[in-house]
Design a protein around this ligand. Structure first.
Ligand code: DMJ
Length: 579
């Protein structure tokens, strides 16, 4: 063949390999494999002997085989390609969605990330008082604890004037509620005796109705805080037992909790006086049930409580403001019920913000509802008194929705919550409102010779002399914590020590007018310098009022760091989670 070297000329008449000269047998033969050059010649000889039909058949088989190979190869490459394409698409989608989520979040609020990324295995250390004011508060706590221990140990409350005990739920409420205050104050003896009582005596098997909300915030909340602080399993096991029993409250047709639960029989029902539950009560258990789920690694508690918030999120509201009663059967608000940030409404608003913070700012509808509600407060409830234009938060009356210029002391939680929101990126006007409102709350104390605030303050809208007044029926004081609580939030967030000084003035009022031989007593009338004692020491005086005073007077503003803890409505700190 033309073009081929001589020694590779093909002999088309060539014989078989066996006719090959010996010299041509080489390494190939050693393994029984023919020399390729001889093989080619033989192949061509054989090929030339084939008929045209045979050759055409061979061509056809060859072409079909090649075509099949090409198809097979393409389909393989194609499928790899399409996997790659779908992978790419989903990664792209994920990135796109992630950026949408981020954009949405950024559009809702320019929320600051928490300054400190919290690790749930971080535990705070409390080493006791460091200054005279803190020592004074610790002494008050010990005085109250001593009186309770001597006269009412194991009962819910001490009646400090008569030296008698009082039972509400029969859960040793004062011990449980006060225990983490003792821990924070560094009171080891008190802490240990309280813990021993919880370990040996606290049981939930009594056939007795309790208020679902009160037991959740005071007992469940306290157990979870103590578990978080110490990791002592006794607190977790008590919390789980209690949580399991409290779960009965969610057994209504709507999932909105009934107000009362029998812990022993695990039966829940509406209060005797009504078919309704209180809005603030059913929306102020979520921090506790969520923390129980996280601590116990059982989502059931969180799921039941979160479903309530989601349900209420769906209900129509008046610019985010809610009526104070809700029907657990229908799941609807009582139409035209009072709208207030005081009794029965207050902590609905508080827990919107705090749940958002507890879950690492990941549940946007909570923030939306909170923002809308605070705008609603500004539009419908915030007014100025006359003549001095003090800002206060009034109510919309049941039925008529007429504005009622009265403010419960309970409403003084709001400045602290507003400041907390602002510290987490919410608008400046929230903080401005907080500062003004805090001052008004301060005035409700300063207006009285006892330097103590009444349960309810009324405001004038068109007076030339007095901005506020106290009706005799509202002049009592339970030594509530809300104003001190707000002072502490403002102090931690701003560092302004004026808030400490205001707190110190009020502490003097407690010491002078509420302190009795066995503890501290609620007062009948803050307008009188010779107040009548009501003979009751509320558990929240130890759990909240004294705890917030101690924290307020701390030289270390971050003694209990709001970047790491969300404080339940009974002043029990719970860890902030990442989601
Ligand atoms: C406490 O039990 C809680 O702070 C609750 O949210 C409102 N009432 C008392 C204190 O005043």
């Amino acid at each position: 063949m033309k073009g081929l070297p001589v020694d590779t000329q093909i002999d088309f008449e060539g014989g078989l390999l066996t006719t090959t000269p010996h010299s041509c047998i080489n390494k190939w033969d050693n393994f029984g494999i023919a020399d390729p050059s001889i093989s080619h010649k033989n192949f061509l000889r054989k090929w030339n002997r084939l008929s045209r039909l045979q050759r055409s058949l061979v061509y056809a088989v060859f072409i079909i085989a090649v075509t099949l190979l090409v198809i097979l190869y393409n389909s393989k490459v194609g499928s790899t390609d399409s996997i790659k394409k779908s992978e790419k698409k989903s990664i792209h989608d994920n990135l796109h969605n992630a950026s949408l989520v981020n954009e949405e979040a950024a559009a809702i609020v320019q929320a600051k990330k928490p300054a400190v990324e919290f690790e749930t295995n971080d535990r705070p250390t409390f080493t006791g008082p460091t200054n005279a004011r803190q020592y004074a508060v610790v002494e008050s706590f010990r005085h109250a604890w001593r009186g309770y221990k001597e006269h009412a140990w194991g009962h819910d409350n001490l009646k400090p004037v008569s030296g008698m005990a009082y039972d509400w739920f029969s859960l040793g409420l004062t011990i449980v509620d006060a225990l983490d205050t003792a821990f924070i104050m560094g009171l080891t003896d008190e802490y240990n005796e309280g813990k021993e009582w919880i370990k040996d005596e606290l049981i939930f098997t009594k056939n007795k109705d309790v208020n679902f909300f009160e037991v959740t915030i005071r007992v469940l909340g306290a157990l979870l805080t103590n578990y978080h602080f110490t990791q002592d399993k006794v607190f977790l096991s008590k919390a789980k037992d209690l949580g399991d029993r409290l779960m009965a409250a969610f057994s209504s047709p709507s999932g909105i909790p009934y107000s009362d639960v029998n812990l022993g029989t695990r039966a829940a029902h509406a209060p005797e006086w009504s078919h309704y539950s209180t809005t603030a009560e059913v929306t102020t258990v979520q921090l506790e049930f969520r923390e129980l789920s996280r601590a116990a690694d059982n989502p059931a508690y969180e799921d039941a409580a979160a479903a309530v918030s989601e349900k209420i999120h769906q209900l129509p509201k008046k610019h985010g403001l809610v009526p104070i009663f809700i029907n657990p059967n229908s799941g609807h608000f009582l139409p035209h019920a009072t709208i207030t940030l005081g009794a029965r409404g207050d902590s609905y608003y508080e827990y919107l913000l705090k749940q958002w913070l507890q879950t690492g700012k990941t549940i946007n509808y909570l923030l939306d509802d909170y923002m809308t509600a605070i705008e609603g407060v500004r539009e419908f409830l915030a007014k100025r008194s006359s003549p001095n234009k003090y800002l206060f938060i009034g109510e919309l009356s049941a039925g008529s929705e007429a504005f009622n210029p009265k403010m419960d002391h309970l409403t003084c939680f709001l400045p602290g919550t507003l400041a907390l929101g602002h510290a987490n990126g919410l608008p400046d006007w929230h903080m401005a409102m907080a500062e003004e409102l805090l001052y008004t709350c301060y005035l409700t104390y300063a207006a009285h010779p006892t330097f103590l605030a009444p349960e309810i303050t009324h405001f004038n809208l068109a007076s030339t002399t007095d901005d506020m007044y106290t009706k005799t029926a509202d002049a009592h004081s339970l030594l509530r914590p809300e104003f001190i609580e707000s002072l502490w939030y403002m102090y931690q967030i701003t560092g302004n020590t004026t808030y400490q000084d205001w707190g110190w003035q009020i502490f003097q009022g407690f010491e002078k007018y509420a302190r009795v031989e066995n503890g501290y007593s609620s007062l009948a009338n803050v307008k009188s310098e010779r107040p009548v004692h009501r003979d009751m020491m509320e558990s929240f005086f130890l759990s909240e009022t004294l705890k917030y005073l101690y924290l307020l007077f701390s030289d270390d503003r971050l003694l209990l760091d709001l970047n790491k803890y969300v404080i339940n409505t009974e002043a029990h700190p719970l860890p902030i989670h990442k989601n």
